[in-house]
Write a protein that binds this ligand. Structure first.
Ligand SMILES: Nc1ncnc2c1ncn2[C@@H]1O[C@H](COP(=O)(O)OP(=O)(O)OP(=O)(O)O)[C@@H](O)[C@H]1O
Length: 257
């Protein structure tokens, strides 16, 4: 199947991964339709980062497969990776480059025409408000700035699918609004986005599809309205994940004593 014919931007089939005794991801199946804005939610340690890392070819699964527009990530990684832009969790960036140098370097490395690299780099730095830090090394970037330059590296080659691990985490509200607009425009233009988040209102605002992952398994997946079933996503999430743990009256009594 080719990227021109498949209806799935991303397809995970029985993906599993253990770290020693710990089963982090347990036979995860996921369909991300082409052109969808797909939110992946789940509690801390649910397996979101591990699943996304396997989906984009950064972490080898113990079993199962991942396909990007029908291209198998592990048997044809070069082709699969050319179709995606990735913002991994805790992305390792070359630290001793400025943001502009980093984007230029990655653009040329990906075989892009130099004039296109220069133009897009300028635009991305300006839109993400990183151009003020043009002479700052990535080493000196704040957490939010690192997130933004990471997003710029994911967008630079105009991929068909963006896979973003918590793209709005640690980003200020103005930058978050900019990033949301960029992603919405990307989807309107025919792109597909998968992103993980803990912020339910953001997922409800942006996404048309959602999956809830808990304990390494998919607890629910599909169109947003179907998954939340008439209530809020937060209520559905709490219901699926096992409810909030109340703090009993006697617990933490030493706090503020
Ligand atoms: N490299 C690793 N070595 C050992 N255990 C790991 C490793 N990476 C993840 N895990 C474990 O696998 C499980 C899933 O972790 P993962 O980071 O995928 O969860 P997550 O849903 O992304 O969590 P969070 O929302 O906190 O970012 C956790 O129990 C975690 O401790």
């Amino acid at each position: 199947m080719t990227s021109a014919t498949t209806e799935q931007a991303l397809r995970l089939i029985g993906l599993s991964k253990s770290f020693g005794e710990k089963v982090a991801v347990d036979r995860v199946d996921l369909l991300v339709p082409r052109g969808s804005f797909f939110g992946l939610v789940g509690p801390n340690g649910a397996g979101k980062t591990t699943s996304l890392s396997m989906a984009v070819g950064l972490l080898k699964p113990d079993s199962g497969r991942a396909e990007i527009f029908g291209v198998d990530v592990w048997s044809d990684p070069t082709r699969a990776k050319s179709l995606i832009g990735v913002l991994p969790d805790g992305m390792a960036l070359p630290e001793r480059l400025t943001g502009r140098e980093l984007l230029t370097y990655l653009g040329l490395l990906r075989g892009m025409a130099p004039d296109v690299v220069v133009r897009r780099t300028q635009e991305l730095l300006a839109v993400l408000e990183l151009d003020g830090a043009d002479r700052t090394l990535v080493l000196e970037y704040s957490t939010g700035m690192r997130k933004k330059i990471g997003l710029a590296t994911a967008l630079l080659h105009a991929p068909k699918l963006l896979v973003l691990d918590e793209p709005l985490e640690a980003v200020d509200p103005v930058s978050a609004a900019t990033i949301k607009v960029i992603l919405q425009r990307f989807v309107r233009a025919g792109g597909s986005v998968v992103f993980s988040s803990h912020v339910m209102p953001v997922v409800e605002q942006l996404c048309d599809h959602v999956a809830v992952i808990a304990g390494g398994r998919v607890a629910a997946s599909g169109p947003l309205d179907e998954v939340r079933g008439g209530g809020s996503l937060e209520d559905r999430f709490v219901h699926l994940v096992g409810g909030q743990q109340a703090v009993n009256a006697g617990e933490l009594s030493w706090l503020a004593s």
